[in-house]
Design a protein. Structure first.
Length: 143
């Protein structure tokens, strides 16, 4: 084994293999899976209108590449392949400060999916909201 090969394997030897691309980080603490999702600031689209359609009950956790704030009670997840899924949050959701990102707390069932009515979003300062449902978004150019 050459020195370069050994050097390339060094992070894996130390256990630094759980990091995902595009800024999404996953960690397991006391058998609880928490994902830190980077947030892009919301800017009103000039010519794009998002049309909501029925969404899935769950989305694959490893497909999440980021998130965008789209209102006080929902967050848009940006997925692999430029797909966009809106997470609608509980009505009793406190105002969350998403500055710098938020944490996605997954339920007790560790199945590599993020599911509505099971998983929740937590701000970095402690507020928490359950995901009520997902809506699939389709972009349309305005008139």
């Amino acid at each position: 084994m050459t020195f370069a090969t050994l050097l390339a394997l060094f992070p894996a030897i130390l256990g630094f293999v759980g990091v995902q691309s595009a800024g999404v980080r996953t960690m397991t603490i006391e058998q609880q899976i928490i994902m830190r999702i980077p947030v892009r600031p919301w800017t009103p689209p000039h010519r794009i209108e998002w049309i909501e359609h029925k969404g899935p009950k769950c989305i694959p956790a490893d497909a999440i590449r980021g998130a965008s704030l789209s209102g006080s009670d929902h967050v848009d997840f940006l997925l692999v392949g430029r797909e966009r899924i809106r997470a609608e949050l509980d009505d009793d959701c406190p105002t969350l400060d998403f500055y710098g990102g938020f944490y996605l707390k997954r339920g007790k069932k560790a199945d590599d999916r993020v599911c509505a009515k099971r998983d929740s979003i937590s701000s970095r300062i402690g507020g928490e909201c359950e995901i009520r449902k997902f809506r699939r978004l389709e972009a349309r150019v305005k008139g």
